[in-house]
Design a protein around this ligand. Structure first.
Ligand SMILES: [Zn+2]
Ligand SMILES: [Zn+2]
Length: 242
């Protein structure tokens, strides 16, 4: 699971949601900031499975739009981690309060509120939910598991010597096409790295090389050459940057 929902996951992994439902309505920003948090959409999809129709009334808000609609300065709406939603049939206070209590028990819960006794009159019948970002250790473990699956190593989420020795490294500049590239791309993207216009395509092209260079630079490595080394697979230091 990446930090943000991948374009390919809308309508598939999250069958009842479209990215556009979370778009900032201002018309002046890119609509989604850095992306919509996986933890948020995962939680909403579970609710959708349980309760049926769920309508997002506000998803991502750029800081300017958030200010214009009176949102708090550090609102998680500006981080892609919050949504206001309405569920079919949840049209009274006790429904909404029950929903907030249910949300508190969910895995990625950070905060939720709703209009109680008129304290948030402009919320109507909607419920606000914001979620924590995924634990970065989890993201790393997911990456290692995906990698192990791709290279046929024992899948245990730990980049031990078997994984590292089997995980390919590359030394030529472009055209590296290996099944290990995709998990690496998914992982880098989940950490907020820009994969350029090729995106997650399973190929090691120019964009990927630039991305690896950025990664090496961010880690303060002495060699910034865009080459994947075995050490990269075991390097968790990167996670501390996010
Ligand atoms: Zn906007
Ligand atoms: Zn909200």
């Amino acid at each position: 699971m990446g930090k943000y929902v991948l374009d390919s996951e809308w309508g598939t992994k999250y069958p009842n949601f479209k990215k556009a439902e979370f778009k900032c309505p201002c018309g002046k920003c890119n609509g989604y900031g850095n992306g919509i948090a996986t933890t948020l959409v995962e939680t909403l999809q579970k609710l959708r499975n349980k309760y049926g129709k769920l309508q997002i009334t506000s998803g991502y808000r750029c800081p300017a739009h958030n200010k214009a609609v009176g949102g708090s300065t550090n609102s998680k709406h500006t981080k892609g981690q919050a949504a206001d939603f309405y569920l079919d049939g949840f049209n009274n206070q006790s429904n909404r309060v029950n929903m907030v209590n249910e949300l508190k028990k969910t895995k990625y819960y950070n905060y939720s509120y709703t209009n109680v006794n008129g304290n948030h009159p402009n919320m109507g019948n909607v419920v606000h939910l914001d979620t924590k970002l995924e634990d970065t250790d989890d993201a790393y473990k997911t990456f290692v598991r995906n990698l192990q699956e791709a290279i046929g190593a024992n899948v245990d989420g730990i980049a031990g010597s078997e994984t590292v020795s089997r995980a390919p490294t590359r030394s030529t500049s472009t055209g590296w096409n290996h099944k290990a590239v995709r998990p690496l791309q998914v992982y880098l993207k989940s950490l907020g790295y820009d994969l350029g216009k090729c995106g997650v395509d399973g190929k090691f092209g120019k964009d990927m090389k630039a991305c690896i260079k950025k990664y090496q630079k961010d880690q303060g490595l002495s060699i910034v050459d865009g080459v994947v080394t075995a050490k990269m697979y075991t390097c968790k230091k990167l996670l501390k940057l996010y």
